[in-house]
Design a protein. Structure first.
Length: 389
């Protein structure tokens, strides 16, 4: 039997040759098993990587909600801005001789009836003239009464021969003249009373007082300016500035919604007049929209209006489906290849029901209704139909 000597640290170990071969065999087997395990691990790792790589593209395809809206009946609208004003703005001034204002009886915001006194002018001189003319009228009536009595007595004596027919004619003429003088005096008195009455500044019609530019003690005269401004019956209007193209689609009677700037409440109105001319500088015309009185409608203010000019059929989309950028409005559609495609559109009326699209789509396309901001043209997606409700 042969022996081999092996060093183990600082010591020498003597083993037989058979034992040495068995040890080397065990090492080779153990090394082979370890190598096989390593190769298997690498293969499994490679297969897992390939599986992950093949699954990754499928996981990257997003699911998007799409809808084919078809066509809906929607109203065609025109938007405009403009000023608020009284529908019938009535300036009130002095119509008489004028003088010093003694009283002002109304304030802006007051409602008045037709003929109501708004202010009075001092009239002491005119009052004396009225009394003088009234006295002259009484004198003329007395003269007429006397002339009638003399004529009656003369007629009683004519049958006895004391009064001639010529005297009767003379007395009849005197009586007629006296009665005519009574009428003249009465007319003069009525004229002066009318002149005096015109010193009262009155409302020409029922309505709302808008402004007041007169105070007691102020001297006023005919043609001296406007003392009050009124809105007849309190009716207001919006003078909407409309483009030439949109103005051609409007007619008297079109409904509208007027919203004062700074307010959230809209007021129902109706177009009552469409301007027959276009401003050559701005290429705009005026559509006058009548609005019932409301404290929020203040003449001189600014407002926006949405005027319904008709109706038609158009796709109706949720607001989330319509995107905007520097090029304008657009939507994303999913084509037959399952890819996202951009489609430029023109947006019409926006309402609670959705956004009406006037051009760019016909409603039969698969339109992405949400998450469009996260997509890019050409991207592969998985469309899912929008559920009703």
């Amino acid at each position: 039997m042969n022996y081999e000597t092996h060093l183990l640290g600082d010591s020498a170990v003597v083993i037989s040759e058979d034992e040495s071969r068995r040890s080397r065999k065990r090492l080779l087997i153990g090394g082979g098993i370890a190598l096989a395990l390593v190769v298997a691990a690498v293969a499994i790792s490679m297969r897992g990587g390939e599986s992950a790589n093949t699954a990754a593209p499928a996981a990257q395809v997003p699911v998007v909600t799409v809808s084919s809206p078809g066509l809906s009946n929607v109203s065609r609208t025109v938007t405009a801005t403009g000023s608020l004003a009284a529908r019938v703005d009535m300036p009130v001034g002095v119509v008489g001789e004028g003088g010093m204002v003694t009283r002002v009886l109304v304030q802006p915001g007051d409602w008045v009836r037709a003929g109501q006194v708004l202010a009075t002018v001092e009239r002491s001189v005119q009052a004396e003239q009225v009394r003088s003319l009234d006295a002259q009228l009484e004198v003329q009536r007395a003269n007429a009464k006397l002339a009638q009595a003399q004529l009656d007595r003369a007629k009683a004596l004519v049958g006895r021969g004391f009064i001639s027919a010529a005297d009767i004619d003379q007395r009849t003429a005197t009586r007629d003249q006296a009665e005519a003088q009574v009428r003249v005096a009465a007319a003069q008195l009525a004229e002066q009373q009318a002149r005096t009455g015109r010193l009262d500044i009155r409302a020409p019609a029922a309505g709302l007082v808008l402004t007041r530019t007169v105070e007691p003690g102020q001297i006023v005269q005919a043609g001296g300016g406007v003392l009050f401004r009124m809105a007849k019956d309190g009716e207001m209007e919006m003078q909407a500035q409309v483009s030439e193209a949109d103005l051609a689609t409007l007619r008297a009677g079109n409904s509208a919604t007027v919203t004062p700037i700074g307010g959230k409440q809209g007021f129902a109105g109706r177009v009552w007049q469409v301007s027959p001319v276009i401003d050559p500088q701005t290429r705009q015309g005026i559509a006058r929209i009548a609005v019932p009185y409301n404290a929020a409608i203040r003449p001189g203010g600014f407002a926006s209006a949405m005027i319904t000019s008709g109706s038609g059929n158009a796709p109706l989309l949720p607001e989330s489906a319509v995107q905007n950028d520097a090029k304008g409005s657009y939507v994303y559609i999913v084509n037959a290849k399952g890819q996202v495609e951009r489609r430029d559109v023109t947006v019409g009326q926006v309402s609670d029901a959705g956004v009406a699209v006037t051009s760019g789509i016909d409603g039969s396309e698969k339109i992405v209704t949400s998450a469009g901001a996260f997509l890019t043209p050409g991207q592969k997606v998985k469309p899912e139909a929008l559920k009703a409700g």
